[in-house]
Design a protein around this ligand. Structure first.
Ligand SMILES: [Zn+2]
Length: 161
């Protein structure tokens, strides 16, 4: 994705109050992000442990989404619905997000299972082992990147309603 400025990020949020948007803390590594390696930007709020943020580019617009980690977590280790990583290098957690606009103000939410530290961008870029990738690991890697983009856009679409 293209590099974003702080003001682009703050303006992108579709399911926050103005106060939440203005008070969100950017990722600690913001200045050093390698944007070429990202299909979306996602991070945990360094000050609010159960809050995360997701910024998904869809064509020329950005859809910023505030996520809340659920208090109740799945008992068996589930698969992340964004990267679908089968090698499970990290924890997966249940998050919910308010829908944009009037639906969200009425309390309508959308839930999803995601890598708990949003490791998805890195996970899909790891070259899969031959067991999973057969004889063309690079093609498999590209397909996983495409699928990750599609899942992130699909989730953002459900938030927009
Ligand atoms: Zn993931």
């Amino acid at each position: 994705m293209h590099a974003l400025t702080e003001s682009q990020i703050r303006k992108s949020f579709v399911n926050t109050t103005l106060r939440e948007r203005n008070s969100l803390t950017l990722p600690p590594s913001f200045a050093e992000l390698d944007w070429d390696q990202l299909d979306f930007l996602a991070w945990r709020d360094p000050k609010l442990p159960l809050i995360g943020y997701l910024v998904v580019p869809i064509d020329d617009t950005l859809v910023g989404i505030l996520l809340r980690q659920g208090q109740r977590q799945p008992r068996t280790r589930p698969q992340c619905s964004f990267c679908e990583d089968v090698q499970l290098p990290n924890e997966v957690a249940f998050f919910s997000a308010k829908r944009a606009g009037a639906a969200g103000r009425k309390g309508d939410t959308v839930g999803t299972l995601l890598c708990s530290g949003f490791e998805c961008n890195a996970n899909v870029r790891v070259r899969a082992s031959a067991i999973f990738a057969g004889d063309d690991p690079e093609a498999v890697r590209q397909q996983r990147i495409e699928r990750l983009r599609a899942h992130a856009r699909g989730f953002a679409g459900r938030i927009l309603g």
